[in-house]
Design a binder for this molecule. Structure first.
Ligand SMILES: [Zn+2]
Length: 591
């Protein structure tokens, strides 16, 4: 009954010119996939489902076409059928994948299917994993991809030649779909933000204990109403927020993950103005920093982009009027003035205020103002063992009694340090623009790198590689920074993808020296080739091989794995990998 009228899309993997995996005795994955799919089709049709197939014969159907078909047909469920083989691993087990961002129905179905398949095939299983395979990049839920066994295993290949094994596999998937549709999860209809509340309208029974609501890192209180959930909003700072929910029923079956963004924008109610530095010379051509804070009636910074009108009225009668928008609740204005007092007239929305400002001037003081071009992150300025912050990564002020003389060092991650020799007598000031020159022509500047560490003994290599990359301005994340906690490869893959990595290097300790890549990752195989030649130059030859490692398949960016014997000598390894990355960057990042 549960399957009656359900529209189900079955996708037998590969086909035609694309064989998929091939068993040691020559059995082709494409044929096994199709056979299982046809048995499944007949079982579903018998149960009253409306079955659709991406192929019913031995045709070549590109992966993207299967994805587009799924998105266009919008079935009630999508099942891709595959059988596994990994170029670098001998195993036989059940694996079930679900789309990367899915948290609801696909995960539910994946867990049901993995258990049914493990029982039917008599094989161990891996827990279901998120996947970024092309056919898993679909907007259909539930959607799963099953790898019910490894065709590369000789015994398994023999079993799969027998129809009975393929029928029991199809039956396990059929039972999973039937079981799933007996109690599918609730459906979220809409999410609305009203005064202090979020109203989530839901179709279907809700079990609050199993349901999840998150509002920008808070887990707010919510209650179940006849048509959904009422969520009481916590106190939130001004700005953009997101509400996420997965609603579940008493069987633990989930709705889709629903994400809703909304703005909190309380009006401006108060202002504060100040001038920096606190004491300045009498004559100044250099600008002072006028900071205007704009706050709501709770004293919290207003949302970014709030328009502010600023009018500066000096005692001399001079007036400046300008419009700004806030960032982090403030407006920063480099103000060139010789005044000792002024009035600042401020308005934002309906809030208005005039603030008197005093500027303390002292003829013993000298002042230097630098403007850093381009403004950057991690800018540090040093003068006589003092460190000065660069506001917004852009301006810094040094104001000193008795004059300023000697070197000022300006240093920013990814740029060549600059030294400026100054000699400013008491009572005067100087202003300079400081143009920073990026390392390596800025090739690695702000590029995102992920280093996965498969063995704690490789921490020194990973750390050295991280330092080399960071020094050249890259943003680097490591799968771990201590040897205490150890993340599995699947977690690293997830983190690398969420981080937005452009290059991923996975380091692992293995008896043979190898550089690995995933065959569909063209950039990864190019990078692997370059890194291999740099590593070879150290005196040991590295083998270049394809790999089916999860971390090399799923994230974006160029991915490589470097395997090293831990008893070997690590010297020069990080540098060689770094040189490889740099050569790769010349080709890939310079255009
Ligand atoms: Zn396959």
């Amino acid at each position: 009954m549960s399957l009656s009228g359900k529209r189900i899309l079955i996708d037998p993997g590969h086909g035609g010119e694309e064989f998929g995996a091939v068993g040691p005795g020559g059995l082709k994955e494409k044929d096994v996939n199709l056979s299982v799919a046809l048995f499944l089709r007949d079982m579903l049709a018998e149960a009253g489902a409306e079955v659709m197939m991406t192929r019913e014969g031995d045709q070549t159907v590109p992966r993207w076409e299967r994805r587009d078909m799924a998105n266009a047909l919008r079935p009630d469920a999508y099942v891709a059928i595959h059988h596994n083989a990994m170029p670098d691993e001998f195993a036989n087990r059940v694996e079930v994948y679900y789309p990367w961002v899915a948290q609801g129905p696909s995960v539910d179905l994946a867990w049901i299917a993995v258990q049914n398949l493990a029982k039917a095939m008599g094989l161990p299983h891996r827990n279901p994993l998120p996947s970024r395979y092309t056919v898993m990049q679909i907007d259909v839920e539930p959607a799963i991809l099953t790898e019910a066994s490894y065709i590369a295993d000789p015994r398994e290949e023999m079993l799969l030649r027998n129809e009975r094994r393929r029928i029991s596999e199809a039956k396990a998937i059929f039972d999973s779909l039937k079981h799933y549709f007996e109690a599918p999860g609730p459906v979220v209809k809409s999410v609305e933000v009203a005064e202090g509340k979020i109203v989530i309208r839901v179709d279907g029974e809700i079990e609050p204990l199993y349901s999840m609501v998150r509002v920008s890192n808070h887990e707010p209180i919510f209650e179940v109403s006849p048509d959904g959930l009422s969520v009481y909003l916590p106190f939130l700072p001004n700005g953009l927020h997101s509400a996420e929910c997965v609603v579940r029923n008493r069987w633990g079956r989930s709705s889709r993950l629903v994400r809703h963004e909304f703005m909190v924008k309380r009006p401006a109610a108060a202002f504060a103005a100040s001038v920096f530095p606190p004491i300045v010379p009498y004559r100044t051509e250099a600008p002072l920093l006028l900071t205007i804070e704009v706050l709501d009636h709770y004293g919290m910074p207003v949302a970014d982009g709030t328009p502010v009108e600023v009018e500066i009225l000096e005692a001399s009668g001079e007036a400046v009027r300008e419009s700004f928008t806030t960032r982090s609740g403030a407006v920063l204005y480099p103000w060139r003035t010789n005044a000792t007092s002024a009035r600042i007239r401020l308005s934002a929305g309906r809030a208005q205020r005039v603030i008197p400002i005093q500027i303390r001037r002292d003829s013993r003081y000298a002042m230097f103002v630098g403007e850093i071009i381009p403004p950057g992150r991690n800018v540090r300025v040093r003068y006589k063992s003092h460190t000065f912050p660069a506001l917004g990564g852009r301006y810094f002020w040094i104001s000193h009694p008795g004059g300023i003389s000697g070197d000022i060092e300006v240093w920013a991650v990814g740029y060549k340090p600059q030294i400026i020799d100054l000699d400013i007598p008491p009572g005067s000031s100087d202003f300079q623009q400081i143009v920073l020159e990026p390392m390596q022509g800025g090739l690695l500047l702000d590029r995102r790198f992920y280093i996965d560490i498969g063995d704690p003994r490789l921490m020194p290599v990973a750390t050295e590689l991280k330092h080399l990359l960071s020094f050249h301005g890259a943003i680097v994340r490591m799968s771990q920074t201590t040897q205490i906690t150890w993340a599995p490869e699947e977690h690293s893959a997830w983190e690398a993808q969420e981080f937005g990595c452009e290059v991923l290097v996975s380091l692992d300790a293995r008896p043979r020296r190898q550089v690995k890549y995933y065959y569909l990752d063209k950039k990864g195989s190019a990078l692997a080739e370059i890194i291999k030649s740099e590593l070879d130059a150290l005196g040991h030859e590295y083998e270049m091989t394809e790999s089916g490692q999860y971390i090399l398949i799923h994230p974006d960016g160029a991915r490589v794995a470097v395997h090293l014997p831990v008893d070997g000598d690590f010297s020069g390894i990080a540098e060689a990998i770094f040189k490889g990355i740099l050569n790769y960057a010349v080709i890939e990042f310079s255009s």
